[in-house]
Ligand binder design. Structure first.
Ligand code: AP5
Ligand code: ZN
Length: 218
């Protein structure tokens, strides 16, 4: 299976991606995680994108398209993959279409802006595994902390409130148009286009997981 998870920052893409990938035995391709790994490593790519990411801006389309092109050519993608955080602009979506990558589903997780601010200010990440928690909604189990690398949970640099507000603006401006893009494609060419689904992303993580799995199994 190949699919795109669409949604605002903090909509729960990363949280649901883990379940979907386990369930369907596919790999998660999170452009955000790939870029953060490069920043942590301090390599050339990391140095180029560090400031852009901490300001909540988008990295250039060319760079992202190249990164994804290389990633999906890897052997572990043969059974399918899930894009988390890609495409994020019409240019990126067009590049994917032109590359002839067939997709089965586009799934939008919709969450209102006010809820996003609350979620992201409480988000904590385990840097060793990439696991995501929330101080109130999804507190980490002690076992998760003990069994892994022993690294403390961290707050992402772009999760400061004013940066989150900016990321939301960027989302509404540049990424939200992709919803109409995929809906129209489905209307015009239902045979070729991926199936579009929308899920309300407010409720327990388990409830949303059940809705996601149902949509993808239809
Ligand atoms: P990226 O890493 O993709 O960030 P994002 O899209 O802003 O999304 P987030 O990771 O913040 O949120 P999420 O939807 O994964 O939510 P999560 O599951 O963690 O991108 C970061 C940056 O990289 C961009 O700003 C840009 O600079 C660059 N970039 C990446 N891709 C790019 C591209 N294609 N083009 C250009 N630039 C690119 O959940 C959030 C919180 O909510 C957690 O604390 C979680 O525990 C909690 N939570 C989850 N579900 C629920 C629930 N149901 N109820 C309550 N709380 C919940
Ligand atoms: Zn994420």
């Amino acid at each position: 299976m190949r699919l795109i998870l669409l949604g605002a920052p903090g909509a729960g893409k990363g949280t649901q991606a883990r379940f979907i990938c386990e369930r369907f035995d596919i790999v998660q391709i999170s452009t955000g995680d790939m870029l953060r790994a490069a920043v942590k490593e301090g390599n050339e790519l990391g140095l180029r994108v560090k400031e852009i990411m901490s300001a909540g801006q988008l990295v250039s389309d060319d760079l992202i398209i190249e990164l994804v092109r290389e990633r999906i050519a890897q052997p572990d993608c043969a059974n399918g993959f899930l894009f988390d955080g890609f495409p994020r602009t019409i240019v990126q979506a067009d590049a994917l279409k032109e590359a002839g990558i067939d997709l089965d589903h586009v799934l939008e997780i919709h969450v209102a802006d006010e809820e996003i601010i609350n979620r992201l200010s409480g988000r904590r990440v385990h840097p060793g595994s990439g696991r995501v928690y929330h101080v109130d909604n999804q507190p980490p189990l002690q076992a998760d902390i003990d069994n892994e690398t022993g690294e403390p949970l961290i707050q992402r640099e772009d999760d400061r409130e004013e940066t989150v507000r900016h990321r939301l603006e960027v989302y509404h401006d540049q990424t939200e148009p992709l919803i109409a893009y995929y809906q129209q494609w489905q209307e015009q060419a239902p045979e070729q286009a991926p199936a579009f689904h929308r899920i309300e992303g407010v409720g327990s993580v388990e409830d949303i997981r059940a809705q996601v799995i149902e949509a993808l199994s239809s």
